[in-house]
Each structure stands twice: as structure tokens, then as C-alpha cells.
Design a protein around this ligand. Sequence first.
Ligand SMILES: CC(C)(COP(=O)(O)OP(=O)(O)OC[C@H]1O[C@@H](n2cnc3c(N)ncnc32)[C@H](O)[C@@H]1OP(=O)(O)O)[C@@H](O)C(=O)NCCC(=O)NCCS
Length: 167
Amino acid sequence: MTEASPYHLRSMRRGDLDQVLAIEQMSYLSPWSRLSFEREVSDNPAANYVVVEQDERVCGYAGMWVLIDEAHVTNIAVHPDHRRRGLGQAMLCELARRAARQGVHSLTLEVRPTNFAAQSLYTKLGFVARGRRKRYYSDTGEDAIIMWLDDARALAAGEVPHEQRSS
Ligand SMILES: CC(C)(COP(=O)(O)OP(=O)(O)OC[C@H]1O[C@@H](n2cnc3c(N)ncnc32)[C@H](O)[C@@H]1OP(=O)(O)O)[C@@H](O)C(=O)NCCC(=O)NCCS
């Protein structure tokens, strides 16, 4: 049996967007458009996006906006074939490291009340639910649960198995 190649974590590039969009469409009820991702990667100075790849195939991605004193996680998805292997966790650790390098240790995000997988991931990493945004998701009319991680330093220091990083 041949051993799987290691996963590799790096910054998202424009050339990743075909694969990113394919995963986005498999993962979300209301996927972001190509233009939204292009703006994030090329035009938004607050945006910081990563991908995890294996054998040059994108397996997942995540991103955030680093604002004055908080980082807002905007998007995270892992290809269904690569879920439950620690990639979501690895990418959030990397976002925390990148935010910390800019002096920001507080992370926030929104999640659907029905998205138990994502809530489990965030809770495992220390996020706590603190409030709701009423009818935040226009496709279903669901509220958003707002989650916070006040001190992301432990997460930033986190060691994740199978992870290989580059800038
Ligand atoms: C949420 C998502 C990014 C998780 O990615 P992942 O790489 O599978 O997550 P990980 O393997 O890093 O999981 C880490 C921990 O999160 C929790 N978790 C992740 N998926 C879970 C699931 N389906 N059920 C229960 N717990 C889950 C577990 O505690 C897990 O640790 P364990 O495997 O040791 O039990 C992935 O399910 C996904 O892409 N979903 C669709 C897009 C989405 O909903 N994004 C979030 C929007 S807010």
C-alpha cells in the first residue's frame, strides 16, 4: 500500500480559484462567487486566505479579515473526501498564527445553528457562542450564532499532525 502524500498549507493564490470554487459549491447552500474570491485574494488588504493541498490538489481553504483588534473568519471549507482529518483545525490554527503576527489575538465568526460539524470544530478549538444575528442567512432566514475566541495564542501555538507549512 502506498502512503498518502503529506498535506501542505500555504497562502491562497488566484490560480487556486477553480478548485476553491468547486469545494465552495460542494460545501455551501449559498456559495460565494468567483468575483468574491478574486476580490479577497487580489484587492482586499485586510484579507488573509490559506489553502491546504495534497499532490498540488486543493483540499480545503479558509480565510479571514484582520481588522484593528479582531480577526473575522469569513470562510472555511474542506473537500468532502478530506474531512475529519484535522484540516479544518489546521487551517484555523494557521489563521490564528497569521492574526497573532499582526498583534491580533481575538477571533470571531458566524455559524448556522444547524451546522453541528462547524460548531463542534469551533468549540473544540475554544470558541464560545456569544450572541446571535437575527435572520442573518437570507437563503433560509436562519439566525447566525456569533462565536468568539478571545485569546487565540494557544491556538496559534497549536501543533497539527500531518501539517507542513510554507508562507
Ligand atoms: C466544518 C468543516 C470545515 C470541518 O472541517 P474538517 O477538516 O472536517 O474538520 P477537522 O477534521 O479539523 O475536525 C476537527 C474537530 O472538529 C469536530 N468536527 C469536525 N467535523 C465534525 C462532524 N462532522 N461531526 C462532529 N464533529 C466534527 C471534531 O471535534 C473534530 O475532531 P475529531 O475528528 O478529533 O473528533 C467541514 O465539515 C466543512 O467543510 N463543512 C462545510 C463548510 C462549512 O460548513 N463551513 C463552516 C461554515 S461556518
